[in-house]
Design a binder for this molecule. Structure first.
Ligand code: ATP
Length: 383
């Protein structure tokens, strides 16, 4: 196993805008690193440069202490697990796992031991005589990983391995990959556009936008302290609400009223004029069922436009006006996030016990400690 170090990596196709623009990421030995971002952000290109399927325009790619920029893929000792698993349909599980060892002319008795050890680790012992066509998606994935294990690769690289599966199987496979990676302790880089996969699998997550690294942090850090508007909007479901805001003393003025915020947030955002506030739907509560005493925040009265009850939670939709000064920024942000245009309704996620109803007045409490304030021109999170 080995660490992977990307040092100021740039990739230009032709003379266009760089697909990967000066990215530096250190993947620690044994770490599970996620590369995530919307379509075209450069995540696959970056992975392909690690594995050697794409030339590096500039920068250094290190595996352990070897600079691999000019090494052929087969000499990098990495195992790429593709979306379709690339198994040989006419070979048994045993022969599929043994394949790289046969290529390397490993003697039969040693090969047999390596294959059986890998199969046992992956709980495939009972399926060694089967062909891939007779396996479940999960088992096929394990065979593909078995092939990587017998080669004693330095790292696993995954490119959207679950994107063709239905939601249920995707969930199962996600758990399985996480479990195996922990057990094997093998350095892993995993590309996805799915923020749920990113949040549940990654030790750390690198969020990319148009070839530029936006933030590299643990899933919790990304959720709690997103560095900019893009990361804030990308991580979380339903997505964070963005609203025009101005700070006055220790409160922030929002379209639906003023909200008390902690002093340090108010200080960090002071003197900035019109800002963009970010509030996650889950950081609102129905004031009629929740007690907010002793917590920093405020209750506001509003009319609710629409309500969706999901059993365990209730979504309420509340329209607001976005002033001209921040419209352009918010519109661009939605475009970057592959959204459907400017959102001018607040989405509030309440406990399922809420009796909030469409067209009626409601008392909503908002948690002032969880409000983020962003500079509209740079997108930076000031708080
Ligand atoms: P997706 O999720 O859609 O696969 P991605 O984030 O993996 O997207 P890349 O495939 O890495 O993005 O592409 C990054 C940018 O580089 C895109 O703008 C893409 O059009 C461009 N690109 C990728 N491959 C090539 C190529 N062979 N020639 C020219 N441009 C390319």
């Amino acid at each position: 196993m080995a660490a992977i170090t990307m040092n100021h990596i740039v990739k230009k196709y032709g003379d266009g805008f760089p697909a990967v623009n000066d990215i530096s990421i250190d993947v620690a030995d044994g770490e599970f690193m996620i590369l995530v971002g919307p379509s075209g952000c450069g995540k696959s290109t970056l992975l392909r440069m690690i594995v050697g399927l794409e030339d590096i325009t500039s920068g250094d790619m290190m595996i352990g202490d070897r600079r691999v920029n000019d090494l052929a893929p087969r000499d990098r000792n990495l195992a790429m697990v593709f979306q379709n698993y690339a198994l040989y349909p006419h070979l048994t599980v045993y022969e599929n796992i043994a394949f790289p060892l046969r290529l390397a002319k490993v003697p039969d008795d040693e090969l047999d031991k390596l294959v059986r050890d890998a199969a046992s680790t992956l709980e495939l012992d009972e399926h060694l005589d089967r062909k891939p066509g007779n396996l479940s998606g999960g088992q096929r994935q394990r065979v593909a990983m078995g092939r990587a294990i017998v080669r004693q690769s330095d790292a696993f690289l995954f490119d959207e391995p679950l994107s063709n599966l239905d939601a249920k199987l995707r969930g199962q496979m996600r758990t399985e990959i996480a479990r195996l990676q922990k057990r094997l302790g093998i350095t892993t880089v995993y590309v996805t556009h799915d923020q749920t996969e990113a949040m549940t699998l990654g030790d750390r997550v690198a969020v990319l936008k148009r070839g530029v690294l936006q933030q590299l942090a643990t899933p919790r850090e990304l959720y709690e302290n997103p560095g900019n508007l893009f990361v804030a909007g990308f991580i979380g479901s339903p997505p964070m609400n963005f609203l025009p805001a101005t700070v006055k003393g220790s409160t922030v003025e929002l379209p639906f009223g003023s909200v008390e915020i902690p002093a340090e947030k108010a200080e960090a955002a002071a003197g900035h004029g019109l800002l963009i506030a970010g509030i996650r739907p889950e950081h609102f509560e129905d004031a009629s069922v929740a007690s907010s005493s002793g917590r920093t925040g405020s209750t506001f009265s509003t009319k609710v436009d629409a309500v969706e009850w999901l059993g365990n939670e209730t979504y309420a939709y509340i329209p607001f006006e976005a002033p001209d000064e921040v419209r352009a920024q918010l519109q661009q942000l939605e475009k970057d996030l592959d959204g459907e245009g400017l959102r001018t309704q607040l989405v509030v996620s309440l406990d399922g016990s809420s009796r909030i109803a469409e067209g009626q007045d409601a008392e909503i409490w908002v948690d002032g400690r969880r409000i983020h304030l962003f500079d509209p021109s740079t997108g930076e999170n000031l708080t």
